[in-house]
Write a protein that binds this ligand. Structure first.
Ligand code: GTP
Ligand code: SPV
Ligand code: MN
Length: 595
C-alpha cells in the first residue's frame, strides 16, 4: 500500500494507524458526489443499505441491536490528572487507556478498507473552522461524514499550507478473516467499546461502535468534547446548542441559541414555524454552536456542522414540517421502520399506522404489538442545505450575533414553561443546575431525572467546575453586550400524563415574550426562581389553551422547589473547590428567596 499525502504529520499518522490496524486497503476520501455514490453502491452490494423507492437517493440502515445510541458509560476524557476530567466524566490514565485500546486496534481492520476522511468543521478555510481527519473502517461512516461535515480534498491543501488537524481514529472493531462473510452492521460488544478523548493532545480514539456520535467523530467528539477544552484555553465557547434567527413583524432580527439535552427539542425548535402572525424563524444549526466575541464586543455563533443527525420518532408534518421537507431526498435513515411500498416510517410520523411494516430489527411488525416499529433513537442524516428554512447566513464565517440564550430540559413537573434569569450569574446558575429526564439518545435507563448542566454532561471535555467558571468569565468579558438568559420547559404534564403545552410551532409564543423582554416591552413578575411572564404576558392569540392549563404551566410550587435544594447541593458538592464561589452565592440566594 503506497498511499502518501503531502502533509508530513498526516502521512506519519496514516502509516502508524495502518501498521497497527492492518487494513487490506487504504483510501483517501475527496468528498465528491461520485465518491459518495461509490460508497453507497458498496453498502448496497453488501446488503447493509436498503434503497427507498419513495425517496430519491435515500437509504435505510439497520444497526446491530446492541449499537443504537451513544454510550456514555464507555466514553472517556483521558487527561494526565483525573481532576482535569472532573466528576462528570469517566477517566482512565492516558497511558493505560492507550495500552488497552492499542491491543484492540491491533489488526482490527483486517479484511477491510481504511478510509482517510479529511473534513472541516465550519466552512472550509474560515478562520473559525477546525480541521479534522477521521480514519475509519466503515463506509457507512464515510457517507454520513459527507453529509454531516465538509469532506473535501481542499482540506488536505489547507494542511499543506501549514494548518493543523485533529486526528480522529475510528474502528468498528470487527476484523474479517479471509473468506469470512460480513454482517449487516459489524461492531464490537459493549464491553469492548471505547469512545476516548485526549484533550491535552487534541486526539480522539473511538473503537467498537458504528452509531452516531460514537462514530461520526466530527460531531460530539471533536466539535464538543475536544472543542470545549480548546475553547476554554482560547477564550471562546463550544456548546450543545441550536442556533436560530427570529424576525418580528417589523423586520427586527433576533438570534437565539438554546441548549437542551439530547432528544429534548433542539432540532424541532431550530426549524420551528411560528404560529403567531408575522413572525419568521430560520434555522442556522440544530445541535452545536461555536461562539466567539466579535470586534463589536458581541458574541457571534457559527454552526460547525453541515447536516442534521436528527431524531426520527415524533417528527411529522404536524410537529416539524420543515424537517419533513428536508427529508425528501439524499437522506440516510438508521433504525427506522420500512413500509411495503419502500418508504420509511416511525412512531408519530402519521396518525394512520401502516398496516404492515418491517421493524428496525428487520422483522415483520404487527400494528397491535406493543413494541415500537422504529427504534426510539432512530435517526435521519440529511444535508442542512436541503432545509427549506435554512438561513441565508448559515455558512457566514462571521456567524450571527446572539441576543438570547435558552436552557431547558424535560421536566414532567415543578419547572414552569418559561422564566428569565435575574442576571448573567443567575443565568449561569440556571444552566449549571439544569435537570432533565434521560432519553434514548444514550444507551441506559430512560426517564431518570438527572442534573445535566448546560446540556453538556456527556460532552464537556474537561472539569465541569472549570466550565462553569469559563461561563462566568465570558459574562464578565461580554458585560452589557451579553445575551439575556432564559429557562424553558415544554414538557410539563398534567395528572393524566398529558403535555400541558402544545409545543412545536406554539413555542414561538414563548420566544416572542423573550424578544419583548429584551426590547423592554414586556413586564415580568419577580418570583423566587426568576422572572416570569405577567398574566396574559404570553401571546395566546388563536390558541385554544385553557386558563387552568396556563395557570399550571406557570405555577411555582415553592415546596417542590425547596425539595430540589438537597439535590442541587449534592450536585454542586461534587465539584469541590472547582465550584466557582459565585454559584454558591446564587444557591444561597435562591434558598433565601424560597424562604
Ligand atoms: P439530539 O439530536 O439528540 O441532540 O436531540 P434534539 O434536542 O435535537 O431533540 P429533537 O428536536 O429531535 O426532539 C426530540 C423529541 O422531542 C422528538 O420526538 C420531538 O418530537 C419531541 N419534541 C421536540 N419539541 C417538542 C415540544 O415542543 N413539545 C413536545 N411535547 N415534544 C417535543
Ligand atoms: C445527541 O445525542 O445529542 C445527538 C445524537 O445529537 S449523537 O450524534 O449520536 O450524539
Ligand atoms: Mn445533540
Amino acid at each position: 500500500m503506497d498511499i502518501t499525502v503531502k502533509n508530513e504529520k498526516l502521512n506519519k499518522w496514516i502509516k502508524e494507524v495502518a501498521d497497527m490496524c492492518r487494513p487490506d486497503d487504504i483510501y483517501i476520501c475527496n468528498g465528491t458526489k461520485e465518491e459518495y455514490d461509490r460508497m453507497m453502491a458498496k453498502l448496497l452490494a453488501s446488503g447493509s443499505a436498503i434503497p427507498l423507492k419513495k425517496r430519491t437517493n435515500s437509504y435505510l440502515f439497520r444497526s446491530d441491536p446492541s449499537d443504537v445510541a451513544r454510550v456514555e458509560d464507555r466514553t472517556y476524557i483521558s487527561t494526565s490528572a483525573r481532576d482535569e476530567a472532573g466528576p462528570t466524566n469517566n477517566w482512565i490514565d492516558p497511558a493505560e487507556l492507550k495500552e488497552t485500546m492499542k491491543r484492540l486496534y491491533e489488526g482490527c481492520m483486517k479484511g477491510r478498507t481504511m478510509y482517510v476522511i479529511p473534513f472541516s468543521m465550519g466552512p472550509v478555510g474560515s478562520p473559525i473552522s477546525k480541521i479534522g481527519v477521521e480514519i475509519s473502517d466503515s463506509p457507512y461512516v464515510v457517507c454520513n461524514m459527507h453529509i454531516m461535515t465538509r469532506v473535501s480534498s481542499r482540506v488536505l491543501e489547507l494542511l499543506d499550507a501549514g494548518e493543523d488537524f485533529i486526528p480522529c481514529l475510528h474502528s468498528i472493531g470487527a476484523p474479517l478473516a479471509p473468506g469470512q462473510k460480513d454482517v449487516q452492521w459489524p461492531c464490537a460488544p459493549i464491553e469492548r467499546k471505547y469512545i476516548s478523548h485526549f484533550p491535552e493532545e487534541n486526539l480522539i480514539w473511538s473503537y467498537g461502535s458504528g452509531y452516531g456520535g460514537n462514530a461520526l467523530l466530527g460531531k460530539k467528539c471533536l466539535a464538543l468534547r475536544i472543542a470545549s477544552a480548546m475553547a476554554r484555553r482560547e477564550g471562546w465557547m463550544a456548546e450543545h446548542m441550536l442556533i436560530l434567527r427570529l424576525t418580528n413583524p417589523e423586520g427586527k432580527q433576533y438570534h437565539i441559541a438554546a441548549a437542551f439535552p439530547s432528544a429534548c427539542g433542539k432540532t424541532n425548535l431550530a426549524m420551528m414555524q411560528p404560529s403567531i402572525k408575522g413572525w419568521k424563524c430560520e434555522c442556522i444549526g440544530d445541535d452545536i454552536a461555536w461562539m466567539k466575541i466579535g470586534a463589536d464586543g458581541r458574541l457571534y455563533a457559527i454552526n460547525p456542522e453541515s447536516g442534521f443527525f436528527g431524531v426520527a420518532p415524533g417528527t411529522s408534518y404536524e410537529t416539524n414540517p420543515m424537517a419533513m421537507d428536508t427529508l425528501k431526498e439524499n437522506v440516510i435513515f438508521t433504525n427506522c421502520a420500512l413500509t411495503d411500498d419502500g418508504d420509511v416510517w416511525w412512531e408519530g410520523m402519521t396518525d394512520d399506522v401502516p398496516e404492515h411494516l418491517i421493524d428496525w430489527k428487520g422483522r415483520d411488525w404487527d400494528p397491535d404489538s406493543k413494541v415500537d416499529a422504529a427504534h426510539a433513537n432512530a435517526r435521519f442524516t440529511a444535508p442542512a442545505a436541503q432545509c427549506p428554512v435554512i438561513c441565508k447566513d448559515w455558512e457566514n464565517p462571521a456567524g450571527v450575533p446572539i441576543d438570547i440564550f435558552i436552557f431547558g430540559g424535560r421536566r414532567t413537573s415543578v419547572v414552569p414553561l418559561v422564566y428569565e434569569s435575574f442576571s448573567w450569574d443567575h443565568g449561569v446558575f440556571l444552566g449549571a443546575t439544569a435537570a432533565s429526564e434521560t432519553t434514548a439518545a444514550n444507551i441506559g435507563a430512560v426517564g431518570n431525572l438527572r442534573r445535566d448542566p448546560f446540556a453538556m454532561t456527556p460532552f464537556c471535555g474537561y472539569n465541569m467546575g472549570d466550565y462553569f467558571r469559563h461561563w462566568l468569565k465570558m459574562g464578565e468579558r461580554l458585560g452589557d453586550k451579553a445575551p439575556r438568559i432564559f429557562y424553558v420547559n415544554w414538557f410539563r404534564k398534567n395528572d393524566e400524563g398529558k403535555f400541558l403545552w402544545p409545543g412545536f410551532s406554539d413555542n414561538s409564543r414563548v420566544l416572542k415574550w423573550m424578544c419583548e423582554r429584551i426590547d423592554g416591552k414586556a413586564d415580568a413578575q419577580k418570583t423566587p426562581i426568576g422572572l416570569l411572564p405577567v398574566e396574559e404576558g404570553i401571546d395566546l392569540t388563536g390558541l385554544g389553551i385553557s386558563e387552568e392549563n396556563m395557570k399550571e404551566l406557570m405555577r411555582i410550587d415553592t415546596q417542590a422547589w425547596r425539595a430540589e435544594m438537597p439535590d442541587i447541593e449534592r450536585h454542586f458538592a461534587k465539584f469541590g473547590s472547582r465550584l466557582p464561589e459565585n454559584l454558591t452565592i446564587q444557591l444561597q440566594e435562591l434558598r433565601r428567596r424560597l424562604g
